[in-house]
Ligand binder design. Structure first.
Ligand code: HEM
Ligand code: HEM
Length: 221
């Protein structure tokens, strides 16, 4: 599927998608650490930042660069089977199987931050900012799901990293393109990333930040 060209690596990821990924890795690690050590004040801050980042990625999935768009990489079973058989067309960006792993990761992350926003800790000292919108038992159940979803998320992230290591062992480096934006392993004949403009980025970033701020204040109407 891929031939290499040392001179013109194909552009596959725009800057916002790369920034999203590595900021998410950092916030996920810090949220894990602060959650486990019970530093809930900082946990809430990193959790809300993760919420803002996810909100941005959802908007970017509709208005962002071509390879970041859901319509581009969320494909039906036929495309997935063709990819597994090695008969599908070569593309820049997520392959049809990888696209579904992105959907699962994003949904689990949304569930993680979503439950956290309503959850309460055992001492009820650091309730999530939306905690007052639900009754005590519901908040308690959501805190339980927050723990449970985290375990699922850890498993999914482990599979994600293992898949990337697997590709690396087969000679395909996916990490470098997520860092530099360009992939020397992609056939230069393949349609490259069509980036979105700075104005779209600014609008998406401001909308996501405003939503995170509003939620952090308890979503006043
Ligand atoms: C250090 C460990 C990690 C490495 C090396 C890594 C590497 C990568 C790479 C190479 C891709 C692009 C895959 C492709 O070419 O289709 C990717 C995508 C992705 N990764 Fe990771 N990842 C790591 C950790 C994580 C963690 C901890 C999370 C979530 C908590 C995560 C969530 C995602 C998501 C959501 C995408 C899709 C990016 C997008 O389209 O916005 N990754 N990762
Ligand atoms: C990337 C997102 C997040 C991750 C990875 C994460 C992870 C965790 C972890 C690992 C714990 C400790 C669980 C345990 O003790 O077994 C925890 C607890 C907690 N998290 Fe999060 N969390 C995230 C987002 C959020 C958000 C957005 C909020 C609210 C603003 C939040 C509120 C809480 C609360 C209140 C607890 C304490 C629950 C209890 O004591 O039962 N979390 N979280």
């Amino acid at each position: 599927m891929a031939t290499s060209s040392a001179t013109t690596p194909v552009r596959v990821w725009d800057v916002p998608t790369r920034l999203f990924h590595w900021l998410l890795v950092g916030l996920f690690a810090y949220s894990w650490y602060s959650g486990e050590t019970g530093d809930l004040e900082r946990h809430q801050l990193s959790g809300i930042a993760a919420f803002g980042l996810l909100a941005f990625r959802l908007i970017w999935g509709f208005v962002g660069g071509s390879t970041a768009r859901f319509a581009r990489f969320v494909r039906g079973p036929r495309a997935v089977i063709a990819y597994l058989r090695g008969t599908g067309p070569a593309t820049a960006g997520h392959n049809p199987l990888g696209g579904w792993s992105v959907v699962v990761l994003l949904l689990l992350l949304l569930a993680q931050v979503g439950t956290g926003l309503f959850a309460q800790d055992t001492d009820a000292l650091y309730p999530g900012p939306l905690n007052s919108l639900v009754d005590y038992d519901t908040a308690d159940r959501l805190a339980h799901f927050h723990h449970l979803i985290f375990k699922l998320l850890l498993l999914t992230v482990a599979i994600h990293v293992a898949a990337i290591a697997f590709y690396r062992l087969r000679g395909r480096n996916l990490i470098l393109p997520m860092l530099t934006g360009a992939d020397p392993a992609v056939d230069p004949a393949v349609e490259p990333l069509a980036p979105a403009g700075i104005v779209r980025f600014a609008i998406a970033a401001i909308a996501a930040a405003a939503l995170a701020w509003w939620v952090s204040k308890g979503a006043p109407i």
